[in-house]
Design a binder for this molecule. Sequence first.
Ligand code: SF4
Ligand code: SF4
Length: 286
Amino acid sequence: MRIVIASGKGGVGKSMLASSLSLMFSKERKIVACDCDVDAPNLGLWLGIKKYDKIEKVSTSLKAFVNPRKCNNCDYCIKICKYGAIKKINGKIKIDKMLCEGCGLCEVICPKGAFKLKPVKNGEIRINTSKYNFPIISGKLYPGEHGSGKIVEELKEKINYFPHDLSILDTAAGIGCPVIASIRGSDFAILITEPTPSGYSDLKRIVKVVEHFGISYSIVINKHDINKRMTSRIERIFGRKVIGKISYDDCVINSLIKMKPVIYTDCKVKKEMEEVYKKLKELLSL
Ligand code: SF4
Ligand code: SF4
C-alpha cells in the first residue's frame, strides 16, 4: 500500500505528519518513507537525520552546450532563445546554464550545428538505512534546476528496491508537477490543512487533484484551535473525511530544533498524532 501525504499548501504540517506516521507504522509494518518534496526536502529533519548513508546524483534534464569552433558569429541563436540563455561574451557564444531550459531550439536552428543538448546531473537521491529500522529516501533538485516530477518518478522506482508492505510519501506543497507525480499511483491520500482562508482554498484544490486520480482520501486539520469557526466549516463540508485535528503547539518547533521526532516528545500533539494513526489503521483495515 502506498499512502501519500499532501496539502496543496506549504507549511501546514505535512512532514510532521509523514514522519510521525512513518515511525508509528514502522513498529508494526515493513515500511519505506519517501520525501518527494524535491525542491525543499525536510522529512529527514523531522526524523532527526543529519546525514544520508548513500547519495546518488541523478539527471532529469538536458542543457545546451556549444562548440565555439563551429560558430560563424551569425548571432541567430541569441535572437531565438526565448529564455535569454545565450549571450556573446568577448566575441564568443556562451550559455547561461541557470537560464537554459533545454528546449533544443538552438540545436535545431544553428546553421553550423554548433549546439548539442546533453543530460546534466541536476539532483540527488539520498538514502538513509541506518537511523531507524526502515529506509528513508529523499529526493533533492539543485537550485534553479527543473525536472522535479522526473525525480519523483525515480524516487518511486527506488522505493521498490526495498522490501516493504507500506510506503509513505511526503509530497511538495501545491498541486504542481512533483505533487501530481507523487499522487499518481498511490492507494490512499491524507490531506492536511490548516483553518485559514488560504488553507481551505488550497485544500479544495488538492481534493480536486486526488479525486481526478480516483484516490480515496482523509483530511487532518492542523492547528485546528487557531480558528475554530473555520475548523467547524471544514468539518461541516467534509464530514467523515476529517479523521483528525492537531492543536497548535509551540513544543513542535522545539522538537524540530532539537531534531527530535514529535512522537518521541511529551508534546500535546503526540496524542493527537496517535489518534490519527489509530483512525487511519481502522479506515484502511491495516
Ligand atoms: S546560431 Fe550557431 S553559428 Fe550562429 S552564432 Fe549561434 S552558435 Fe554561432
Ligand atoms: S536549449 Fe533552448 S533554452 Fe537552452 S540555450 Fe538552447 S534555445 Fe536557449
